[in-house]
Design a protein around this ligand. Structure first.
Ligand SMILES: [Zn+2]
Length: 384
């Protein structure tokens, strides 16, 4: 490992070596293998670039929930995934898989826009805090022991554990893929370009749209990397039906990831001035990017994907709804009914009808299109 990488890793808790990773994920012996796979895919993508750059990819020993990419100059980048991300994903997958295959109709709990509560008054049931709650880092954090306590309550059969492994593998590739895209697509150069204001004017973008464009572009890159990885592992020549389970998992996994990062399912318009876009919209664009990557390989695969990912999406949403019911039944700790308890994905303050979501998806799609044009004209100029 280059010494400069070591320096960067120290800021994020230091590199988590194989033994440390294994001690936290004894039932997922593939974590190091996934890291190796991501490194290999990344090398492959880098080999196609005109300007040479290098990317170091690591797990770091931290309970943070955010993956990061840092530029070190001289075309060297470091991408990190904290163990906090890895273990949260694993436990969330195990938690939701408890509801796998349940056939009862799901009930949705909605928070009314007329409820007179501010977000700061919401409480997460005690056992779910390590997934959806927050920890302050002033003193020693109980995150690891809290997560272990929740995890011990979850039991999966051998099929469930295998399914957890498959989903976690997909999630790791997707989340590293997002950060790697920031480096591969020269987002750092773009952000600091002298010509940025000219570019924004020429492509009629505000700075906020530009920042949203960067994140949506990284999501699309993550989707591309996810699909390329799948096809790299199993090939693209099998009958389209053979990919159904994988596509179902992609639908489930993308819903789960964006669910983890927005447990409350925030107000649809709550991201107007944020560099991120609403997770529900991000998820839609991420699956569209998967679909269009497949289209370039085979229209039949694209069709199979389009018909299947939505089933995975519905299964994950049903699991989140069932989880809410169990929260109110006190399964994850006592509920104080004098306070607004939010488990997950309560549509707050509406409107979450498909029409409104579709409108926002259209807006984001347009931002992504204009950003992609801006980025390719910048990269063309830079490579001259
Ligand atoms: Zn990002």
């Amino acid at each position: 490992m280059p010494t400069t990488d070591k320096y960067v890793l120290e800021q994020y808790g230091g590199e988590a070596d194989a033994d440390r990773v294994q001690s936290l994920l004894p039932d997922f012996p593939y974590a190091e293998g996934c890291l190796g796979l991501v490194r290999t895919i990344c090398e492959h993508l880098l080999s196609g670039l005109i300007t040479p750059l290098t990317i170091g990819i690591y797990f770091v020993d931290s309970d943070s929930i955010s993956c990061r990419v840092q530029s070190q100059g001289n075309d060297r980048f470091v991408v990190v995934m904290p163990l906090g991300v890895l273990v949260r994903l694993r436990t969330l997958i195990r938690l939701l898989l408890q509801y796998w295959g349940r056939k009862e109709p799901s009930m949705e709990i909605m928070h009314s826009p007329l409820d007179d509560y501010s977000e700061s008054e919401w409480t997460v049931p005690r056992l779910l805090r390590p997934l959806f709650g927050t920890y302050d880092h002033d003193g020693p954090s109980s995150f690891w022991s809290d997560l272990a306590e929740l995890d011990r309550k979850l039991a999966l059969g051998p099929d469930g554990e295998r399914e957890m492994g498959e989903m976690l593998h997909l999630a790791i590739v997707h989340m590293f893929g997002h950060e790697i895209t920031h480096a591969l697509a020269h987002h750092f150069d773009l952000r600091t370009a002298d010509t940025l204001s000219d570019l924004l004017a020429r492509h009629k973008m505000t700075l906020t749209e530009f920042k949203k464009g960067i994140e949506l572009h990284a999501d699309a890159g993550a989707s591309y990397i996810s699909i390329v990885t799948l096809l790299g592992q199993v090939g693209a020549e099998l009958p389209p039906d053979s990919y159904k389970l994988a596509f179902h998992r992609f639908g489930y996994m993308t819903t789960l990831i964006y669910g983890l990062y927005d447990p409350q399912c925030k107000y649809l318009y709550g991201y107007k001035n944020n560099e991120y876009t609403h997770p529900i919209v991000r998820r839609q664009l991420a699956v569209e990017a998967m679909s269009s990557t497949l289209e370039s390989v085979s229209p039949l695969l694209k069709e199979s994907f389009d018909n299947t990912w939505t089933i995975g999406y519905s299964d994950c949403m049903d699991a989140l709804k069932d989880l809410n019911i169990d929260c109110f039944l006190g399964k994850f700790g006592p509920v104080d009914f004098t306070k607004p308890t939010f488990p997950v994905h309560i549509g707050v303050g509406g409107p979450f009808s498909y029409t409104y979501v579709d409108e926002e998806v259209n807006v984001a799609r347009d931002v992504l299109r204009r950003f992609s044009e801006l980025a390719s004209s910048f990269n063309q100029l830079a490579s001259r």
